[in-house]
Design a protein around this ligand. Structure first.
Ligand SMILES: [Cu+2]
Length: 453
């Protein structure tokens, strides 16, 4: 009987809450002028602004919280917002405003933010401020995650989009389709303001600025290639939808820059394509790196738009290495296994990356991991997430103990190998050699997969 009563109580409480919320929204009060703190923040170019008065009052905005030392989700999020920026074109900064606020203000000075912004070609405003003010903002915006579950990917990344004057606010995942986000920001939130203005389409703000990659594609590739997933019978070259998934990035770059060289070198894929397409060789169009990047970016965008995001790599129970560490005495055979190791494929501009794995100790003695090394990074640190003032922060761990008969799991949002200063960009399918050094002196090298998760 008791549990049932408790559920009834909960339902009643929820109902009350909904009524209260509904009433609040109808009155516009919870998100009104008094709701948001008018705290001062500093922009990436050093200007002081007030959160309510200068950033959100009477505006349509997207706000997210980032930190530049964030190894995993933030660079992906920033790159995704750059896609939305591309679609929004001139409306960004005019009708719609993006703000990325740092949750690591001690490190993220205006200069650091400005550099980060440049690296990603972001055109919106990055902000820093007093830590306590930022915590307050996060709470008010509902982005403050009380409980972070180990291994979950919700590492305080979330975005809020809203229209301060209509009082409509929504939580959004920055990972959703950029076209959907741009559309929501541009139309739904502004309440069709533009469309109502006399119905003159010429006056409607231009939503879409044709991205550079699309421009090049339209002028230089469409004569021979479609990008629809359906290849015409008389097409001169292959349909390019999802070509970014069929081929390795490195192969695509080489191909775009000098297809004739690839044929000359008798690259097997190039030879097969050449035979298949009536021995018509794709011309060398002397594309430079920037053009090649723009083109592949556009092709991937189109692919996402038409067939969606790439499928997640299956969560394999792959064992990468099994070895003894020799930590113990008296010949007790300790056996350690490394499982499911992977490094995240990152945006080319990212200065930090993250690696994950599970270390299983089947022995009867604890084993201690002292450090991890790799030639492909300037340095590697073992990090764990700790709660400081209610916020999750990362902290270096010098000696990571793997308990006897136990395991230590590194996973997005939690413990991670912080890979600093990547020396070359890594693409999916490549492998990274990493050496784990244990307290006993044992060194074990593993080859870790790069995955786009
Ligand atoms: Cu870290």
């Amino acid at each position: 009987m008791k549990p049932v009563r408790r559920i009834h109580g909960a339902v009643a409480l929820l109902a009350l809450l909904f009524v209260a919320l509904g009433w609040g929204i109808a009155r516009g009060s919870p998100w009104g002028a008094n709701y948001f703190p008018n705290v001062p923040l500093t922009t990436h170019d050093g200007k002081t602004v007030r959160f309510f008065d200068d950033l959100i009052k009477d505006k349509v905005v997207a706000i997210n919280f980032i930190y530049t030392r964030c190894p995993d989700t933030c660079p992906l999020e920033t790159a995704q917002l750059v896609r939305v920026q591309k679609i929004m074109g001139e409306r960004l900064g005019k009708d719609v405003f993006f703000y990325s606020i740092s949750i690591d203000p001690e490190h993220d000075t205006p200069q650091v933010l400005s550099e980060y912004r440049d690296r990603f070609n972001a055109r919106w405003t990055f902000l820093t401020g007093k830590k306590s003010d930022i915590v307050l903002l996060r709470k008010k915006l509902g982005l403050y995650i009380e409980e972070i579950q180990d291994g979950s990917n919700n590492h305080n990344v979330n975005m809020m989009i809203g229209n301060q004057s209509t009082g409509r606010w929504m939580k959004r995942s920055p990972f959703e389709n950029p076209y959907v986000l741009a559309d929501q920001l541009g139309n739904w939130l502004s309440g069709w303001k533009a469309a109502r203005k006399g119905g003159d389409y010429a006056d409607a703000p231009k939503l879409r600025n044709i991205p550079r990659g699309e421009q090049i594609f339209r002028t230089r590739c469409v004569t021979c290639h479609s990008l629809t997933g359906e290849e015409a019978q008389d097409a001169l070259g292959p349909d390019l939808l999802a070509v970014t998934r069929r081929r390795e990035p490195r192969w695509l770059f080489d191909w775009l820059k000098a297809p004739d060289q690839m044929l000359k070198k008798k690259d097997p894929i190039a030879m097969a394509l050449y035979d298949k397409y009536n021995r018509l060789a794709m011309p060398n169009m002397r594309l430079n790196q920037e053009e090649a990047v723009a083109l592949l970016d556009y092709i991937e965008d189109e692919t996402r738009r038409l067939i969606g995001a790439p499928p997640e790599d299956p969560p394999a129970n792959a064992v990468e290495a099994v070895f003894t560490v020799g930590a113990g005495e008296a010949g007790v055979a300790d056996v350690v296994a490394i499982m499911n190791a992977w490094v995240r494929k990152t945006h080319a501009a990212a200065k930090v990356n993250a690696g994950y794995m599970t270390l299983v100790n089947t022995g009867s003695e604890d084993v201690t991991l002292v450090r991890v090394e790799s030639d492909l990074f300037e340095s590697i640190e073992v990090h764990e997430m700790v709660r400081v003032d209610g916020l999750m922060e990362m902290r270096e761990v010098r000696n990571m103990r793997i308990p006897a008969q136990g395991q230590i799991r590194f996973a997005p949002g939690g413990r991670h190998l912080m890979l600093m200063g990547p020396k070359t960009p890594l693409s999916t399918g490549e492998r990274v050699a990493m050496t784990l050094v244990f307290k006993s002196g044992k060194q074990q090298t593993v080859s870790v997969n790069v995955a786009a998760r």
